[in-house]
Ligand binder design. Structure first.
Ligand SMILES: N[C@@H](CCC(=O)N[C@@H](CS)C(=O)NCC(=O)O)C(=O)O
Length: 227
């Protein structure tokens, strides 16, 4: 059976993407939970992650002797291994567009990622209001993400980015969590999309577990002293 190594559900945006794909598309898997005790070389997390892959990061997918790391490579591997499941849209043009938005999500939007690290459990609207006021580059990232969403839904007809929930939606799910948690202002259409993603059963399940995790990690939360 496939095994997926993930980090803390509350914080690990990259783990969330891979987990959502396995869960949403009913692919049987086991979880290997690597708690983020720290990212230093001597942390238990780092040592355990390094034992799986040379990056020392999660997520990591283990399929027998094969180890696949990085959420984008994991998504592609799953799509290849389970061609009967619509991980990518069936139409070639939509698939190309879906790959484009995923690649962009994967390598871009550093300002939003840096200023608003994922924290599903916390209500960070005050922090978010200050970030929104003081960081034009975050406002630019969010505007670009909203425009990607709009273009994708216009091409496919919605209601998800490429009609049904796909890899593209899994890739943006952590962004939906950030926009929500930090209360970043978005259009009504974007807000509806975020709600649609958040109520997708696999996402709702991840969120519920993230909230119940109850593991405050100070190094992940430079903006507060505790819960
Ligand atoms: N590009 C990678 C990024 C993976 C990543 O940065 N994972 C974080 C957890 S969310 C991690 O393991 N960080 C440990 C570190 O930076 O040492 C992916 O898509 O999987």
């Amino acid at each position: 059976m496939l095994e997926l190594a993930i980090g803390n559900l509350n914080y690990s945006s990259w783990s969330m993407r891979a987990w959502l794909l396995l869960q949403h598309f009913n692919i049987p898997f086991r979880e290997r939970y690597l708690r983020f005790d720290g990212f230093e070389p001597d942390s238990v997390f780092k040592q355990s992650a390094l034992a799986l892959s040379a990056t020392g990061k999660v997520p990591v997918l283990i399929d027998g002797d094969l180890v696949v790391w990085d959420s984008l490579a994991i998504a592609e591997y799953l799509a290849e291994q389970y061609p009967d499941r619509p991980l990518w849209p069936a139409e070639r043009s939509l698939r190309a567009q879906a790959r484009s938005v995923c690649a962009q999500m994967h390598s871009d939007f550093a300002a939003l990622r840096t200023a608003c690290p994922m924290n599903i459990e916390a209500d960070l609207r005050q922090t978010g209001a200050l970030i929104w006021r003081d960081h034009p580059e975050v406002r630019r990232d969010v505007a670009q993400i909203e425009s990607l969403w709009e273009i994708s839904r216009a091409l496919s007809g919605g209601p998800f980015l490429f009609r049904e929930f796909s890899i593209a939606d899994a890739f943006f799910a952590p962004v939906c969590m950030r926009i929500r948690g930090y209360g970043l202002p978005v259009s009504k259409q974007s807000d509806d999309y975020i709600n649609r993603v958040a109520t997708t059963p696999a996402v709702a399940q991840w969120v519920q577990r993230a909230r119940a995790e109850n593991d405050f990690l100070a190094f992940e939360e430079p903006y507060r002293l505790g819960r």
